[in-house]
Write a protein that binds this ligand. Sequence first.
Ligand SMILES: [Zn+2]
Length: 329
Amino acid sequence: MVFSDKERKERRRKYWIEYYKKNKKKVSEKNRKYRIANPEKEREKQRKWAKKNPEKIRERKRRYRATEKGRETNRIYTEKWRKKNPERWRELVRKSYFKNHEKNLEKQRKSYQDDPERHRAYARKSSRKSRQNPAWVRKNNEYNRKRYHENPEKERERGKIYRKKNPEKTRIRHRKYYESESGRENINKWRADNPETIKAYGRKYRKKNPRATTEITQKYRRSHRKCEWSSCDRDSAEVNHILPQFKYPEYIDGDYHGRIGNNLICYCLLHHYAWHYGHATNRNNPKHKKLLSFMWNKVKRWANDNKIPISALEIELKTMFAGIGAKNS
Ligand SMILES: [Zn+2]
């Protein structure tokens, strides 16, 4: 019996199928071993198959990604890809963002309304990170300056409202500026350039705060050369009104209940400061509080002129107010 090529092929196929049905385990074991022994060939085979069956591949991937493990693999893969292709990734993000711009804005607005604190915390964090980069800070400052000069009137108004709303922050910022080198330089320069304005400020201030150095207080000081704080023997420097002049303007010339000069007391600079400090903290009086930084500057200047370490004065103050619950020490 002679078979044609085609017939021979057909017979071989049938035989093979029979054999496979009977020896499934054996066959698959053999295949497995073959794959391990010939990784190159196996890979090539798979590549060919994949090229021929893109639909099937896509379907498999889709199903794999729907599983827990698949999601994780995909996440890791994506992360790696983004790190490797930062430019490309940024472009993709930008494109997709602007593709649904309106929708995205709406989403952001909603997300912000749902949890503003989270957004604020995120903004704080990212700004803190950016500020560590001097190049970024410089660029940001430039941008802000430009924005400011585009509409100075509006910005000035905005600044006014902000300062009114945040007096404490404003005070701290100003102090930082005054104490900085560039701040001091600018202020001194401004002072030198504007003597008239400064004089006008002084007049205005004295008119608003009729002040201690009147003839009466001068006279009192001449007759009280030592600080009247108990056990202090420093020279007196300033005359204090025991009943504060802003609360009792009627006793401003020092006479109280018909006696002469009994509303006045002479203190050295430190004790004058301490007196107001006590009223500001223990009685929480904002009028005294307002005086403090001005008076402390005087103390600092005096200490500097007399070569007294300011730390010693700080300790003296602390001891004075120890246990009285002073808040600012
Ligand atoms: Zn004193």
